[in-house]
Design a protein around this ligand. Structure first.
Ligand code: ZN
Length: 295
């Protein structure tokens, strides 16, 4: 099953169109997609027999500005650093012994297509596979973890490296990765059963049609079941929460010399089974300058 957020309304996505969830369920579910995750088990049962709507051929295709984030207001938004071996190596850092979890703020969540405002001249790309929680998870075992996941989507963990790395022994990951627009999610949510192996999902990032990142979640140091289990032993994961699982190698910071996003650059983000996101970069007005703000 594929679910999307079309102009603020949850829709089931079929090969030949979409079904508006609230209309087809007589208001039982939706229209707010975030509320659907709170009733996920009942929603899945209903969706299996839902009537098929008629709609445009490409209801959630790349470039459509009316498609919004599949989880627009997650209560908790986690991300994981250095979760691919080659990315840890390009970062010049040791492989982590535990998941390196940080948080992004929900105000950074954005639509899967549109403009990316660059607040500094060191904004970098990070394609990631993200999962949305569909059932409360508290101290769950890894083998049960996928049962707490509503589905998989594509994410970018856009990162202002200058802001992120400031702070010496307390680098400012949460802030450097939370400017508006820094966490696009979409264009669709895909349920895990749609994958022959949900622990081997391909992901790619292109900048101006140059392939800069290509990987598979099969190479995650801490795969989705381990991340969900680990997090759930510390915090309670609630429906609608989002976990970004980490980025493979090929970020701009790892290039020699480093290469960051410039106005006019086009970032295309792809996750197997999910499809593509597309963002056009422009200079933010005003730019962020810590020295000016603090003066
Ligand atoms: Zn990341």
């Amino acid at each position: 099953m594929k679910l999307a957020n079309h102009a603020g309304r949850a829709v089931l996505v079929h090969q030949d169109g979409v079904t508006d969830v609230a209309t087809a369920s007589d208001g039982r579910f939706g229209p707010d997609i975030q509320s659907v995750y709170s009733h996920w088990a009942a929603f899945r049962d209903w969706a299996a027999g839902a009537p098929r709507g008629r709609a445009p051929r490409d209801p959630v295709g790349a470039g459509l500005e009316s498609v919004e984030a599949v989880a627009p207001r997650p209560g908790q938004l986690f991300a994981v650093g250095l979760n691919y071996r080659a990315h840890a190596l390009e970062s010049g850092l040791d492989l982590p012994e535990v998941p390196l979890v940080f948080t992004k703020f929900a105000s950074s969540v954005a639509a899967p297509n549109g403009v990316l405002d660059l607040p500094t001249d060191m904004v970098d790309w990070e394609v990631e596979v993200a999962v949305v929680i569909g059932r409360t998870a508290r101290a769950v075992a890894a083998r049960e973890a996928w049962g707490h996941v509503a589905g998989v989507t594509a994410a970018q963990d856009f990162s202002a490296r200058d802001v992120q790395m400031r702070g010496g022994s307390a680098p400012q990951f949460s802030l450097g990765k939370s400017f508006p627009g820094f966490t696009p999610l979409g264009p669709v949510l895909v349920t895990p059963d749609e994958y022959s192996d949900p622990d081997a999902i391909g992901l790619q990032c292109r900048v101006n049609d140059v392939l800069v990142q290509a990987g598979s979640t099969a190479d995650l140091l801490f795969p989705v079941p381990v991340l969900v289990s680990y997090l759930s032993h510390i915090v309670t994961l609630e429906p609608g929460d989002v976990i970004l699982t980490g980025t493979p190698s090929g970020v701009g910071l790892g290039m020699r010399p480093p290469r960051f996003l410039r106005p006019g650059d086009i970032v295309t983000t792809s996750v197997q089974g999910v499809g593509q996101m597309r963002h056009v970069c422009r200079a933010a007005e005003p730019a962020f300058d810590a020295a000016l703000v603090l003066a």
